[in-house]
Design a binder for this molecule. Sequence first.
Ligand code: ADP
Ligand code: G6P
Length: 478
Amino acid sequence: MSNQKASFLVVANRLPVDSVTDADGNRHWRRSPGGLVTALHPVLQAEKGTWVGWAGNAGPAPEAFDLEGVRLHPVSISQAEVQRYYEGFSNASLWPLYHDAVETRTFRRSWWAAYEEVNQRFATIAAEEAAQNAVVWVQDYQLQLVPAMLRQMRPDLRIGFFLHIPFPPVELFMQMPQRVQILKGLLGADLVGFQRPFAAQNFLRLTKHLLGLQPRGHYVAVDDDLADERLVRAESFPISIDTATNESIAAEPEVIKRAEEIRNELGDPRTIILGVDRLDYTKGIELRLKAFRELLEDGELSVPDTVMVQVATPSRERVEHYMKLRNKVELEVGRINGDFGQVGGPAVHYLHQSYDRRELTALYRAADIMAVTPMRDGMNLVAKEYVSSRLDNTGALLLSEFAGAAGELHQAYQVNPHDMAALKQGFLEAMHASDTDKIKRMRAMRRHVRKHDVQRWARRFLSALGVPEQQALSRQCL
Ligand code: ADP
Ligand code: G6P
């Protein structure tokens, strides 16, 4: 096993599974949270690649192993690094800054040192695991230094980088003390991919503003010690879902039956409003709940005619903003249920849990209105998952203009969630729209997510990286 090298690697902070130890001390693997894993896992399965990432616990990493056709190579992260690199620089500095600073970002020098150190570790492992001329695809904001570190060690590799979250405007990025290092880290890639065209433009503008480079079109030429001049390409590649698999799950008789059961369990209301998010302050859960409460107060909606289900996956629970958000959300849910619930019939069903894909799909099938109202989001795959599960073209998607998905799902009921009156109006519009209108919109959106699925996203990115479509990316033995 030790001398087996990979010709295609994904390097991401998280592996697709987390290591979980139960009460008896036995280790299990559980699917990791978030859209990055949802999108990349089917791609890696098809390509038979190697995935380098963290198994979600502090301390020594488990041995590399194979899971569902993917080689997983865990990276160790110590307790102090979890605090500084993951909870600190990644999720208390970069995450809020890159999401329009909807929460205050904090910068600490000790966090940066850990960020550099952990990035170097990921880069070193990737350099050791990659075959000659391999393709290495680095993912997301936690690993922005990896491309340049990797190129330094292995100039033979083709290196791609994809940012799953928004890339901030120049003025915001400029606040970051380590702005030059981050930019140079990304420029180590041959191709830097973003969710939206604006993000790619922000990046290219910064190369001029901060480094004095001369971007032309999608390209910028860089001089590094390794080559006289190297062209780096920056472009948008909106990510997507494995639509065919989602559709086939949505068509399973047990899932259809479960959707009916859910409706019954909720008291057979006329309208079910659903929210499914990681419990993250970017997702606009509080504003959504507030809009729902005000609509109940205004008498525009009533319980049990309308009920709301809010699934909120636990996320980053030791980061302060997340703890505060949880308290605020739970207080608001309690308040709404106190004022408008009935015995055995709450107005909001709040579920702070992770679900398996079938249960989630049954929820999508049961929901009349899917509320996806983030204040800022790179893409938001939940919106696409909802659309793909509406096999009969019914249902309505209420979608924030500030989700990347709004750039594609034009037929959604789009709203500005920062505008409470507009958000409430959006709910009512989606609720009172005619069946004909809803079906027309849903059909068009379904057509879009069928055509623009995650396999197409990966093909587009890899071909822009110069990987011929037919090239075997599968693992090879040296
Ligand atoms: P993010 O990546 O910021 O979490 P996305 O909407 O892009 O947001 O992706 C979230 C992914 O996590 C989706 O694939 C969704 O199905 C999944 N997910 C969200 N909530 C849950 C949950 N409670 N249980 C299981 N999976 C969930
Ligand atoms: C988003 C990020 C991912 C991250 C995921 C879950 O999708 O873009 O990089 O993995 O959220 O967050 P977590 O901190 O639990 O990995």
